[in-house]
Design a protein around this ligand. Structure first.
Ligand code: PRE
Length: 254
């Protein structure tokens, strides 16, 4: 969402942004699926980088996040690093982002959970097994997937803020009672969730089809299985977005 739009943000605008972010997530999965699993990317004993203990992936993510932190990426409240400890400060002029969220939002970062889900559950389900030795590109594509998924899930903070402002009298008692169950019911729109799952599967079909001239191409063959993309949303993206919404709301009156 553009910076200026934050002041009068509506649920419709927030949902439009979530819809646009679906494109980024689906494309990033398609790009990662160009490479097989490439296990050495994740193997600390393969990397043996002087002065660094960890996998090539960790090295790549930490170094990239350090550069991006210096360039101001994490000044933006929509961005969350995977390795927040010891990040260098921003070196660029500070843009004063409109303060839309409650300050407690700063303390919410569930990237550890997202990292574990991505590498343990999601990745093995949509890439082919094997090794083509493109480890640096593999790490770069993984980070793009992680960042896109993380941005979407942490957008739950803004979704929750807008819902809170729209229905303050319903949310306040549940927040005071720290009642997760009622908060979950208040913020859940089953029809919206069903539409999201269907739409991302359709995007995976549309963006991931082989485009050929002259014949019908490989009908029904997709670069990433649409069922895996809708499963990612059903099992992880939507539940974790709701988790962020609840974590945020529980702190909203602090
Ligand atoms: O659109 C909303 O209202 C959201 O809170 C986002 C979202 C989602 O993750 O897509 C999560 C919970 C709602 O039940 C519907 C959809």
């Amino acid at each position: 969402m553009a910076k200026a739009e934050h002041n009068n943000v509506t649920l419709g605008m927030v949902r439009d942004s979530l819809i646009r972010q679906e494109d980024t997530i689906v494309y990033s999965l398609i790009e990662r699926a160009r490479f097989p699993l490439n296990p050495p990317t994740y193997d600390p004993s393969y990397a043996s980088i002087p002065g660094f203990s960890g996998s090539l992936l960790e090295f790549f993510v930490k170094q990239t996040e350090a550069v991006q932190a210096k360039a101001g990426r994490y000044d933006n409240p929509e961005e969350h690093p995977f390795f927040p400890d010891n990040l260098p400060p921003s070196l660029v002029p500070h843009y004063k982002y409109p303060e839309v969220l409650h300050p407690a939002a700063m303390s919410i970062n569930i990237n550890k959970l997202i990292w574990d889900m991505y590498f343990n559950k999601l990745l093995p389900s949509f890439v082919s097994p094997g090794d083509d030795e493109n480890y640096a590109l593999t790490a770069a594509r993984d980070l793009e997937c992680l960042q896109a998924i993380s941005r979407r899930i942490h957008y739950g903070k803004l979704v929750a803020e807008v819902k809170f402002r729209d229905e303050r009298k319903d949310y306040e008692p549940a927040i005071r009672a720290q009642d997760r169950f009622t908060l979950t019911n208040l913020l859940t729109f089953t029809n919206v969730e069903e539409a999201v799952k269907k739409r991302v599967a359709k995007k995976a079909m549309t963006f991931g089809q082989e485009v050929k001239l002259g014949d019908d191409g490989d009908k029904g063959k997709y670069k990433v299985d649409p069922a895996i993309v809708s499963g990612l949303y059903a099992d992880w993206v939507i539940p974790l977005t709701k988790e962020v919404e609840i974590d945020y709301l529980l702190r909203r009156l602090n």
